[in-house]
Design a protein around this ligand. Structure first.
Ligand SMILES: Nc1ncnc2c1ncn2[C@@H]1O[C@H](COP(=O)(O)OP(=O)(O)OP(=O)(O)O)[C@@H](O)[C@H]1O
Ligand SMILES: [Mg+2]
Length: 265
């Protein structure tokens, strides 16, 4: 079982879209997947028409009764609550406030262990909620996109925040940080003909720990808009975007291998 959080402080880079499509591919490959929607915008939950305010992820933090739903074959979901943005205020004064999700997972270890992959979506910020997600994760994936203001800046900002979080979580008795997730970057929305994307691709090639590079293509936007993952689309649709489905599956395969190697290391 591997727990992966998709995060980063910039919105719109493709976290939800990648999780939605990756989960569909894992499910098709016969893996059991648990999705946790940590964004109060609830985009991931809405992709499965599971918008609700009851028994959600919020309940994990307020001693409520969270309920994992079946989303589709091989995919379960713990939905977001639109009130999840209040979590910070609600848990600010709690003991071990960065480890509340971990406590819930430990209390439900048998259920959680029954999945091959747990994929966690986040709101673009590095607050208490995201810290809870990172604390339970084996792997953190930070999607980056080509941008005229520089993805490098976003990467650096994430690295610094993560380093601070690791440092703040050092157990004084052992000198070891409780935050042991491995961080990977993922290039997304790469176009083939722009200077920006060419520079982006070059930078990714020279960066260690890049887990995948996914091209920009309208079919990805369609997948979230129509709530149908690329791997589940009919051939008539796939045909309009020659080579993209194969490209996506290649990247997902490579990603999964890296993750599985990580768990054996
Ligand atoms: N590879 C891609 N090619 C084309 N469009 C993409 C690609 N990846 C994501 N998109 C589109 O970009 C938009 C933003 O993606 P998404 O909502 O997944 O980002 P996000 O990081 O989850 O944003 P937020 O931080 O606001 O939750 C969506 O319309 C999505 O369909
Ligand atoms: Mg999102």
């Amino acid at each position: 079982m591997q727990i992966m959080t998709f995060t980063g402080s910039k919105g719109g880079v493709g976290k939800t879209t990648i999780i939605f499509n990756y989960a569909a591919w894992l499910a098709k490959s016969n893996y059991k997947v648990l999705l946790i929607d940590g964004d109060f915008q609830a985009n991931l939950s809405s992709s499965y028409n599971l918008i609700t305010n009851e028994h959600t992820l919020l309940d994990v933090f307020i001693d409520g009764d969270p309920e994992i739903r079946n989303a589709t074959k091989n995919i379960d979901l713990l939905p977001a609550s639109p009130n999840l943005d209040r979590v910070e205020g609600l848990i600010q004064t709690k003991m071990y406030r960065e480890y509340l999700l971990m406590q819930w997972m430990n209390a439900n270890a048998k259920k959680i262990q029954s999945y091959d992959f747990v994929l966690i979506d986040t709101h673009p910020e590095f607050g208490l909620l995201t810290k809870n997600m990172i604390a339970v994760s084996d792997i953190v994936i930070v999607p980056l996109e080509p941008s005229e203001y520089g993805f490098q800046q976003l990467k650096t900002q994430f690295d610094l925040r993560m380093a601070d979080y690791r440092k703040d979580s050092v157990d004084p008795r052992t000198g070891v940080s409780d935050i042991d997730a491995k961080v990977y970057f993922l290039g997304n929305k790469i176009q083939h003909n722009t200077t920006e994307s060419r520079e982006f691709r070059q930078a990714l090639d020279n960066m260690p720990d890049v887990i995948a590079q996914i091209n920009a293509r309208e079919i990805m936007r369609k997948s979230t808009a129509q709530k149908q993952a690329v791997v589940d689309m009919p051939d008539s649709e796939i045909k309009k975007y020659p080579g993209f489905k194969e490209h996506l599956i290649n990247q997902f395969t490579q990603m999964t291998q890296t993750i599985q190697n990580e768990s054996e290391a």
